[in-house]
Ligand binder design. Sequence first.
Ligand SMILES: [Zn+2]
Length: 125
Amino acid sequence: MRVDYKFYLGGKEVVISEECKGDKDIFRFLHHAEEIFGNTICEREGETSGNVKVSVRKATDTSGKKEYEYFEMVCYDPSKSKCHFAKRQFGTPEDDAGSLFPKNKTADGKWQPWTKFNKEDGKEE
Ligand SMILES: [Zn+2]
């Protein structure tokens, strides 16, 4: 059966669907969908915004040989200085089979799905 998962991204409804063969498949699909798309409202230092877009950014390493892609949700809400340009970042598992996982914690282990880069200390926070 086809299973739909609906969410809002920047005020627009988005539906992703998967053909599931049974209850286990449905759990796998919904679990993964929730992990990736279940948090599309930016929240940082007491401010929230639903003005969020997905972004895929490419960059090369310092040698210029290896290219990386960065998968992020980015908040664009200039009226809110604490959360404007905050990002929710996603990582690529080692198998690189196409799936992503959310980076919900900062480098020091604090739960903070939406972060901004602090130029002064060089950390996402
Ligand atoms: Zn924000």
